[in-house]
Write a protein that binds this ligand. Sequence first.
Ligand SMILES: Cc1cc2nc3c(=O)[nH]c(=O)nc-3n(C[C@H](O)[C@H](O)[C@H](O)COP(=O)(O)O)c2cc1C
Length: 337
Amino acid sequence: MKLFQEYEMKGLRIKNRVVMPPMCMYKATSNGIANEFHYTHYSTRAIGGVGLIIFESTAVSPEGRITGNDLGIWDDEHIHGLKKIVDACKAYGAKTALQINHAGRKSTVETCDILAPNAIRFSEDYRVPTELTVEQIKKLVLDFKKAAQRANEAGFDALEIHGAHGYLIHQFLSPLTNTRTDQYGGSLKNRIRFLKEVLEVVKAVWPDEKPVLLRVSASDYEQDGIDASQMVQIIHEIRDYIDIAHVSSGGLLPSKVNAYPGYQVPFSEKIRNECSIPTIAVGLIKEADLAEEILSNQRADLVALGRELLRNPYWVFNTAAKNNDDGYIPSSYKNAF
Ligand SMILES: Cc1cc2nc3c(=O)[nH]c(=O)nc-3n(C[C@H](O)[C@H](O)[C@H](O)COP(=O)(O)O)c2cc1C
């Protein structure tokens, strides 16, 4: 099966096409440090045979957390805990990426002021953010840079910039959440500026041989919001800075999304074809047959299984064994088959 074929990108060799997408666990203590829970959670998926594990949304600054229990990477003290988990995952044959993020107006952290392109709140359940000054924007760009440096020190094989789901980068990209009149708002070029500046500084410190992933929402599911064609345009603008697009959708506004198995795959296929970029498809992919269809029909290069891997951390070796490939079963577990 294509699902179990190796994938190579720059210096990264992944043993199969299965990705664990970033999923917040809300288990860090208030200082954002990774602990035993994260160690067990991620190393279990590595033992299970996942090719690439993308660690959950990890905040580049304290006010950039989604909740007070998010992982952080805004201080050197965060490196050690993450490195321990990265080393364990590697020992079990998985490759690792860190998703770095700033939540912008979607932060629910009570102890910090929340920041966004404009003082427009997400919904009535959220606080009104403070509109970012240009000086604050420049500082945030540096926060992403330092986060990338620390992620490299922790030993991650790849870095994912979170540009999706209505968090800060996406808030800048979409005209529905960015009504600024300075160089960061208005035209598409201006709305891309923050992302571009982040990618530029990240690129300067992130090793060339390690891939940079960008997670995107290919549709805002709203009139006048970003759609797949606009996302193609956006990716064209920053194509030189990224190696893989991780194609998701939604999250900008509390919009209704009709989700069904593979519902985001057409976005992945379009971006892959029109931007000539490798993609990860994600979204209710639970069955090997669907994953195989996506990969074999070249609709994505890798497939991510989120909630399925929460339910079943051993999905990869169970699926491989069902397809007569017992190479993924850890030797200690072979008696069970
Ligand atoms: C518990 C949970 C936490 C999530 N946290 C993140 C996150 O930190 N970053 C992110 O980009 N997406 C996050 N997501 C979205 C997933 O990465 C994935 O795109 C989504 O679950 C759809 O894939 P699935 O149907 O295979 O679960 C989260 C999803 C879940 C269920």
